[in-house]
Design a protein around this ligand. Structure first.
Ligand code: NAI
Length: 407
């Protein structure tokens, strides 16, 4: 059997109208690509995938355990979106299939919207805009403020929070933040020692924390009450972080002067479903339909990032950016064969593989192993020779899940 028969084939199925840049990237690198605008149901998906090695999906296509078990030959899965709940990532791992996503491609889009909304809240833009459309002229300076010199408190100084920090300073806001992890302040930003300190000293509070048991209901009546009188709250993180009823009451009582909310505890599943919230029709409240990260640029970034991750998996076995695999990311060494192996994480596998290689008199040039409780992921560079026999023997090991070569 030739070495090339152990290499991943390059047939890619892209579903759900993934940004065309992904198709272009794959095609330019010699992949054969089919792009469909819709998702496929389980049965259709099972039979369609038989002919492909890589599948790219967004949030609607369900890669269930059944779909994966019927298509164990898949080499990689690209989720061209943020979430990966639609894939049985554990099953994929046990079959040796890395799953990639793109969690940070829309960071800048969210940060820009936050800045726009800080100004919009400060100037009651939502209300005056609606009134003007209805024919009412609401010209007044009262209660409208510049944002220059005001204090912005950022809760969660991660990818989005830190981008907001940089943009906000350019606007003349004074930035402070609170994070459970010690973070380097950017520009002139200042770290607060506690959430309470941040809440009681900020004119605007913007939330950029993940959805975790600790952040759920992070802002209840108590924390909202700790905010400065006449301050503003923005939540473009996750819906369950804020107690909506408590926020509505604080807004109606005038303690909080306005809010911008993009995410809700319960959101419509599609644009066809109607949307209801306790926050509707409260003065100076901007409600958006979870569009913080929804821009053309973010979609293009996602297309570029996920296609690059998948191609680097195929080319050099890199699992960088994978959500279900131990990470190995090593540049390919010229003039060598690269063996890529997934095995059950049981004692002795590495020794067995090394014995096979040495039995064939092949020199190991580099070996990179990462493990998690279920699997070991090995990328091994060998001196040039005849790797096909080695791969066949490695594949015969009881603990081996799959082995291929990339070069
Ligand atoms: P990230 O993981 O880069 O940053 C989150 C930060 O929050 C980290 O620095 C973490 O240490 C900190 N953190 C965690 N628990 C905390 C706590 N209890 N108190 C204070 N800080 C805490 O995440 P990223 O990319 O900045 O995203 C932030 C949020 O924005 C996530 O919930 C994400 O789902 C959401 N998001 C919303 C979008 C939208 O369309 N509205 C689009 C993209 C992300």
């Amino acid at each position: 059997m030739s070495a090339s028969s152990h290499q991943a084939r390059k047939k890619v199925l892209l579903l759900e109208g993934i940004h065309p840049v992904a198709k272009e990237n794959f095609a330019q690198s010699g992949y054969e690509v089919e792009l469909l605008s819709t998702s496929l149901g389980e049965d259709e998906l099972i039979s369609k995938l038989k002919d492909f090695d890589i599948v790219g999906i967004r949030s609607k296509t369900k890669l269930t355990s059944k779909v994966l078990l019927e298509n164990p030959h898949l080499v990689g899965i690209g989720c061209f979106c943020i979430g990966t709940d639609q894939v049985d990532t554990h099953q994929a791992k046990l079959l040796g299939i890395p799953v990639f996503n793109s969690p940070y491609s829309n960071t800048r889009s969210v940060a820009e919207l936050v800045l726009a909304e800080i100004v919009a809240l400060s100037r009651h833009l939502g209300d005056v805009n609606r009134k003007a459309h209805e024919g009412t002229w609401l010209k007044s300076a009262k209660g409208n403020f510049e944002v220059r010199g005001k204090v912005l408190g950022i809760v969660g100084y991660g990818h989005i929070g830190s981008q907001v920090s940089v943009l906000a300073e350019a606007f003349g806001l004074r930035v402070q933040y609170f994070d459970v992890v010690k973070k380097l302040p950017l520009g002139n930003a200042r770290a607060c020692d506690s959430l309470q300190e941040l809440l009681s000293t900020s004119d605007f509070v913007t939330l950029h924390v993940p959805d975790t048991p600790e952040t759920r209901n992070m802002m209840t009546a108590k924390e909202l009450g700790q905010m400065k009188k006449a301050s503003y709250l923005l939540n473009l993180s996750r819906g369950k972080v804020v107690d909506i009823e408590a926020l509505a009451e604080k807004l109606e009582a005038g303690h909080i002067h306005g809010a911008a909310v993009d995410v809700y505890p319960k959101e419509p599943k599609s644009n066809k479903e109607s949307f209801e919230s306790r926050l509707q029709n409260i003065e100076n409240v901007i409600l958006t339909p979870h569009i913080g990260g929804s821009t053309e640029e973010a979609q293009e970034n996602i297309g570029n990032e996920v296609s690059a991750s998948v191609m680097s998996l195929i080319r050099e076995g890199s699992t960088y950016g994978s959500v279900n695999f131990p990470i190995v990311a090593q540049a390919y060494r010229e003039n060598s064969h690269r063996l890529i192996n997934v095995h059950k994480n049981v004692p002795g596998v590495l020794g067995d593989i090394n014995s096979i290689v040495s039995k064939h008199g092949v020199n190991i040039l580099g070996q990179y192993l990462a493990t998690d409780p279920d699997i070991g992921y090995l990328v091994m560079d060998m001196a040039e020779g005849q790797p096909a026999k080695i791969i066949d023997e490695v594949n015969e090991l009881d603990a081996c899940l799959r082995t291929r070569i990339s070069h």
